[in-house]
Design a protein around this ligand. Sequence first.
Ligand code: T1G
Length: 653
Amino acid sequence: MNTARFSESVTGTIVDGVLIVTIENPPVSALSFHVRAGLMAALGRAASDEVSAVVLTAIGRTFIGGADIKEFGKPAIEPTLPDVIKAIESFAKPVVAAVGGAALGGGCEIALACHCRIASKAASFGLPEVKLGIVPGAGGTQRLPRLIGTVAAIDLIGTGRVVTSDEALTLGLIDAIADDLAEGALDAARHLVDQPLRRTGALSVPHSQAEADAAAAKKVLSRSRGQIAPAEAVRLVRAASMARLEDGLADERATFLRLRDSHEAAALRHVFFAERQASKVDRLEGVTPRKVESVGIVGTGLMGAGIAVSALNAGYRVIGIEQTDEAAARGHDRIAGLLDKSVQSGRLTDHARSEALSRFEAASDAGRLAQADLVIEAVFDDLTVKTELFRKLDRVVRPDAILATNTSYLNPNEIASATARPERIVGLHFFSPANIMRLTEVVDCAATAPDVLASAIAFVRKLGKLPVVCGVTEGFIGNRIYSAYRREAEFMVEDGAAPDEVDAALEAWGFPMGIFAVNDMAGLEIAWARRKRQSATRDPEARYVEIADRLCEAGRFGRKTGRGWYDYSDGERRSDPQVTALIEAVRAAKGIVPRRFSADEIVARLLAAMANEGKALLAEGIAARASDIDLVMINGYGFPAHKGGPMFHAGDI
Ligand code: T1G
């Protein structure tokens, strides 16, 4: 039989009586209407006597990437996904899922409804719906626990984490891993013909101890920080062991539909699509990035070591340069230590650690950078130091090598102007710890060549990080907005709010940590040094709050000194009467009569300060789109993702 076409994205071929149904719906085989309709038509064809079994597979890097998120908010067109899933599970003949890529969300639910699941080594499985502010809507919360038990299902569905095919096999989510997926799936299908079929929905949820369920639920909810979806997902999974399948499916579907239309889900969908827009820069259309295989990092202190580990984990060869052999050796040990931590946390295998470290070279001779494709400086954030270094690198590296500065506050244009080839200079503002934080601001300097910018974006994406392109301004996007956020918070403290009132309001709203606690953790001396540098040029008419200066003059630099905005002498964060007295003295000196602030007013003013600074960044062309600003504040400054970011929250999207 030649290939039959069931819809624009679903075809079928019969091989030895087995109908092989193939989905081809790039880029991720999402379950758009024509995929769902095609699957139903394929099952109709499989009812004929010449078909004894069905294998379901897909073309592309994903098996099925889930429901089509772009269809959310539009009227559902039948067949709905639950219709398709019910038809698969109840089909009279064996339906085998041949999973060669990511089976996510509805894709995993389709696999769960099949009577057997064969995967390739590269396949992965997950129900990440909570990351979109929803719960699985096509049986995931009811079928997954029937296969892998309540505790494991709470973990996977409550966190949305994706598992490899190895882990899926261990959990019981799949039946086998095949080196030759097509052959393995065909064999499985043939063996199931005329056999009793294992229908997942008909299974009972394996018994588990209530305490174990509760512990798994507590672990998930402790990390969900007030989000609704994880709590609802956990509730549905736990109910699966007590309710009939039909009732559980009805509860799940109603919950999914309710959450899908929620503000939290809209916010997280905004973030999802924003992350995929961030790398797209109009002027780079058709520009080919330069090849980057070897990376030099000048300065292997805390930041440089983190960048080096990110690059090593991404497969690059890395040369770490320090001023002396001893410093270079210390850098090597720092990098080895970070890799060891990844092994201890299970993020890296011993073998992968050794292989990564074998690609690292520590040196004190900058000449070792002569063949590097990209050199990143992570030295002390001082303009003279960086400018001198780039003058030197200009003479050492190849003419086509890219030079990147990791400055947080300096003007990269001034650094670039010190070199003979400013077009090859770009800014890469990593966030510390650089081997953990996803966000990197890619600074498009005045002279940066398009292919250099494209190379920087591609490099950051290869690190598995989130590149957000910005123009040159003090603090780029994140620190500039953070400065406005901090100023507004200090205005309110000077006007009568207590630091812990501000932090409590922010944490109740969804921030993991309030701004004064964050400042204490980062260290107050950094901002103090910058304020002193700026004092000569500060606008005398602009309101200036001196409280933080007074704290620093008293040696209160934050957690590291045991005292900052708070007192940490017993290890806990506590309000400090000495700080209260200091604040009162500053108010008195300015003749300020303190007033009360409600939590709502505190949050509203801080969110407005961020959004207004974001608007200014857009107007100045520093940020290309409002959603980029949201990504920076979510991924670099703890803005709760389920609130969408300051611009989304302000209604600017
Ligand atoms: N729907 C629509 N578009 C999608 C999509 C989806 N599910 N997934 C990705 N895209 C688009 C994306 O916007 C981008 O578009 C392009 O595909 C490539 O994406 C019923 C209700 C699958 C691991 O949460 O995790 O099923 O920018 O750059 O790096 O219970 O995409 O090119 O125009 O990310 O190779 C659950 C979401 C949905 C998975 C591939 N599924 N997607 O990564 O490509 S809800 C998910 C991903 C659901 C059921 C519920 C990743 C990927 P553009 P990409 P990638």
